[in-house]
Design a protein around this ligand. Sequence first.
Ligand SMILES: C[C@H]1O[C@H](O[C@H]2[C@H](O)[C@@H](O)[C@@H](O[C@H]3[C@H](O)[C@@H](O)[C@@H](O[C@H]4[C@H](O)[C@@H](O)[C@@H](O)O[C@@H]4CO)O[C@@H]3CO)O[C@@H]2CO)[C@H](O)[C@H](O)[C@@H]1N[C@H]1C[C@@H](CO)[C@H](O)[C@@H](O)[C@@H]1O
Length: 410
Amino acid sequence: LALTATACGGDDAESGKSASGKLSGTVTWWDTSTVGSEDKVFKKLAEGFTKLHPDVKINYVNVPFGEAQNKFKNAAQSGSGAPDVIRSEVAWTPEFADLGYLAPLDDTSALKEDKDFLPQAAASTKYNDKTYAVPQVIDSMGIFYNKKIFQEAGVQPPSSIAELKTVSKKIKDKTGKTGLYLRGDDAYWFLSFLYGEGGNLVDAEKKQITVDNPAGVKAMKVVKDLVDSGAAKTDATDGWNNMQTAFKEGKVAMMINGPWAVTDTYGGKEFKDKANLGIVPVPAGSDGQGAPQGGHNLAVYAGSKNLEASYAFVEYMTSVESQTTVAKELSLLPTRTSVYDKPTVSGNEMVAFFKPVVDKAVERPWIPEGGSLFAPLVTEYTKVLTGQTTPEKGAEATGDAYRKLLKDWK
Ligand SMILES: C[C@H]1O[C@H](O[C@H]2[C@H](O)[C@@H](O)[C@@H](O[C@H]3[C@H](O)[C@@H](O)[C@@H](O[C@H]4[C@H](O)[C@@H](O)[C@@H](O)O[C@@H]4CO)O[C@@H]3CO)O[C@@H]2CO)[C@H](O)[C@H](O)[C@@H]1N[C@H]1C[C@@H](CO)[C@H](O)[C@@H](O)[C@@H]1O
């Protein structure tokens, strides 16, 4: 007679519940937050779960953002080595859901007070009318600028591409420094210029590829001109470190970045006095202004052996209290509307700046292929910025790659 664990009063590892109904077992969480600035806050928060559930051990694993997506797909596919919970970037979520790698969370303890989530944050967690993740942070981009350099040059932050060029010229003439660091190895940094020309990568409603239309070509010309004119400097590789170092050391007066860069930036010698960091919306182009929407969700692996404890962990990590801690300590944006009213959150200058930006950020199509649009784009974007291809050819090659990826799109 095979007695189940529950029957003899032991822990039922399958469901992560002990006979007394208390949660138990281990939950492995793959966190992708930035090591050295964000990770220690998330690790400490995660391990706090055990105070509430003493029989649950949290196995915190930090996996670099660039590796986690494929690592999770490989582990889920092979059925071994996948974590119970993963920090799933907004574009990874529909793809993982489509592959069947995520546990649906509707009617589980993972999803509490889900009306409190910002609609645009919740959107990336829905797939085929089910919920496959819970939003943890939402973000967008703005111009970070060094107030001291701006005062030295006697200029105001730019609100258009034309002003960005004029301001950069004055900064160069007066201080010898380059105006903008434009990241060249990550195509996310191209999007606000594309939106500024009234363009977009695709039109999901019409199932049309639009990255190679006139607006797309124009945007490629705009970013190329920023570099060729000396208004901006860029790198083909190691963009994150080069951008952060240049800005933190006062070698450039501006960078375009998001809330996830704030804590690291405050560590720079130029920003020991946090008041020296200013922030304004990304510049308007000839036909629009807008920044992209990004962010991260928490999702439960469909093959987890400890679903109950994983659901409870996700709820804890996305709760009002956890989001208040993360906003206060890292200036990251909550995904729960109710958190913005907390005094320690509404008093945070960076959160106060980014909330309206996020409210009007350009939303992306949350389709399984959404994330795959960036690899072909960054190849051409980097080549345009470094003069290895023309704006026309770069936009065209990207469009061709998209048509191979999105078969029945025009
Ligand atoms: C190429 C990639 O294209 C897309 O990614 C888009 C992304 O969709 C955009 O939203 C945007 O992401 C924002 C993000 O929203 C913003 O929050 C921030 O994230 C911070 C965190 O805040 C910070 O905590 C820390 O984590 O650090 C994070 C990163 O700083 O900044 C992000 C932008 O950096 O831009 C991404 C494009 O980069 C694909 O989705 C893939 O990721 C793909 N990479 C794959 C490629 C595979 C091999 O080809 C390789 O095998 C695979 O393993 C790789 O995954």
